[in-house]
Design a protein around this ligand. Structure first.
Ligand code: IMP
Length: 521
């Protein structure tokens, strides 16, 4: 006779454990071997809240909190200032690569720190001695009108007027100096004004441009009416609490020359440095952590890469504020093949995070992330954030131009240990070489490849897609925040299932003649 349905929930208590396996059983490598993200799934929980309320706030380091657990890789085909600015605007953070001179890297950091959403920080500024003809020429070359005029003709000079389309449109004498026709009575706003207020002033003044000036009347930036509609609001933006500037990360090596580099980066306003090494457990890295923590007490230092508890323990005791996990899992990576060293990423993330979290040291799961599911799994295994290379490399914000091949729109993406990246010259300390070898090595042994990835559009669409997907994933598991996810995994409430090879095939698209895989609108 079947049991009374009303007792179904009570019946559960007769089972020794919840359905599925706990994380420790999943990770028992004696049974399963090292796991990758594809080797397991999480089991669904109960949904009693909308996905939009799921909180994704997380710690990047001991002292830095982000609204989104997303980080872009320090690679020369992934993160320069444009990627770093947009990752921070969207709630994550970008780590600027170091395959360039220290000065170039510091200049990129400075641009991120000086960036104000919607404000043009380097507008074209002219002197009053320029002629109407020259201004007409400038406008036709640049495709816009409205040039602030300063005493010295430079940014940060004293604002004395503005030349607009109306000032020059019907002025036939091209030799007239700007001083005679410019508008002197300029509507301005004071430095520190926020975007909403600046836009309100622009609208009400009915002007095309709004120069922003400091207390001495020097121009510091400009708002433009034509940009009004484009000025998105970024409520999740990662900013320093005191300066309100965007957060910026950068990577360095562990050679002596990298100390000078770090000094320049800190002077440019750097918030967090990543010590970029494929095998982070070295005496060089230990020394660098200690020196950086002593020299720059306000700087957060992320060490790595590590994949074992033992590596992690060393770097935690050296003072690391965060750890980066991964060896050989990156899409462009051939480390495991060439060096015979590394670890499957899911196992590495769990082993290191479980240990590091005991000390309040957040971890970043770095490499091998191919889709949203992988991000959710990395976070469930205890990582606080996820670092991505290939997923972000084909976006509008990554360095490099698009090109076409076989009808596809592509961007180059290369490993920092690829021969191409290691041979990049003209830098005082070649980042790629220093990540993988000492500069004195006569033969370069590649640990990465050089290739291309498909156009993914702008991260201003792609990152919100990742965020929404993550929120849905957590909703399915039945948890309302990343903290709740990690707690549920640790106390055995969130359950897992090992995935056989045929289960993996079943979980992908199958049995169709053809299909198109569109990921978001
Ligand atoms: P992806 O997201 O799977 O493309 O992996 C990106 C990660 O691969 C980076 O954040 C680095 O940790 C790692 N990586 C970058 N260049 C190389 C390389 O040349 N060999 C091995 N790993 C690399």
């Amino acid at each position: 006779m079947s049991a009374n349905c009303a007792n179904a929930l009570a019946e559960l208590s007769k089972y020794a454990s919840k359905d599925g396996v706990c994380v420790n059983d999943l990770m028992d490598s004696k049974k399963s071997g090292g796991l990758t993200y594809n080797d397991f799934l999480m089991l669904p929980g109960r949904i009693d809240f909308p996905s939009s309320t799921v909180k994704l706030e997380t710690k990047l380091t001991k002292k830095i909190t982000l609204k989104l657990p997303l980080v872009s890789s320090p690679m020369d085909t992934v993160t320069e200032e444009n990627m770093a600015i947009h990752m921070a605007l969207l709630g994550g953070i970008g780590i600027i690569h170091h395959n360039c001179t220290a000065e170039e890297q510091a200049a990129m950091v400075r641009k991120v720190k000086k960036y104000e959403n919607g404000f043009i920080s380097d507008p074209i500024v002219i002197t009053a001695s320029r002629t109407v003809g020259e201004v007409k020429q400038l406008a036709s070359e640049l495709g816009f009108h409205g040039f602030p005029v300063t005493e010295n003709g430079k940014m940060n000079g004293k604002l004395i007027g503005i030349v607009t389309r109306r000032d020059i449109e019907f002025h036939d004498d091209d030799s007239t100096p700007v001083s005679e026709i410019m508008t002197r009575d300029v509507v301005t706003a004071t430095k520190g004004v926020d975007l909403a207020e600046g836009n309100r002033i622009l609208r009400e003044s009915k002007k095309g441009k709004l120069p922003i000036v400091d207390s001495n009347g020097n121009i510091v930036s400009l708002l433009s009416r034509t940009d009004l509609k484009k000025n998105h609001n970024y409520p999740l933006a990662s900013k320093s609490a005191d300066s309100k500037q965007l957060l910026c990360g950068a990577a360095i090596g562990t050679h002596t020359g990298d100390r000078d580099r770090l000094e320049k980066l800190v002077a440019a306003g750097l918030d967090v440095v990543i010590l970029d090494s494929s095998q982070g457990n070295s005496m060089f890295q230990s020394e660098m952590i200690r020196w950086a923590k002593k020299s720059f007490p306000n700087l957060q230092v992320i060490a790595g890469n590590v994949v074992t508890r033992e590596q992690a323990a060393q770097l935690i005791s050296d003072g690391a504020d965060g750890l980066r996990i991964g060896m050989g899992s990156g899409s462009i990576c051939i480390t495991q093949e060439v060096m015979a060293v590394g670890r499957p990423q899911a196992t590495a993330v769990r082993a290191v995070s479980e240990f590091a979290n005991k000390f309040g040291v957040p971890t970043i799961a770095d490499g091998g992330v191919q889709n949203i599911g992988h991000i959710t799994k990395a976070l469930a295994l205890g990582a606080s954030a996820v670092m991505m290379g290939s997923l972000l490399a084909g976006t509008t914000e990554s360095p490099g131009a698009y090109f076409y091949r076989d009808g596809n729109r592509l961007k180059a993406y290369r490993g920092m240990g690829s021969i191409e990246a290691m041979e990049k010259t003209g830098t005082n300390a070649n980042a790629a070489t220093s990540r993988y070898f000492s500069e004195s090595d006569a033969v370069l042994v590649a640990q990465g490849v050089s290739g291309s990835v498909i156009d993914r559009g702008s991260i201003t669409k792609f990152v919100p897609y990742l965020m929404a997907g993550l929120q849905h994933g957590l909703q399915d598991v039945g948890v309302q925040s990343l903290d709740a996810l990690r707690a549920g995994v640790d106390n055995g409430d969130v359950r897992f299932e090992f995935r056989t090879a045929s289960a993996q095939l079943e979980g992908g698209v199958h049995s169709l003649h053809s299909y198109e895989k569109r990921l978001h609108n």
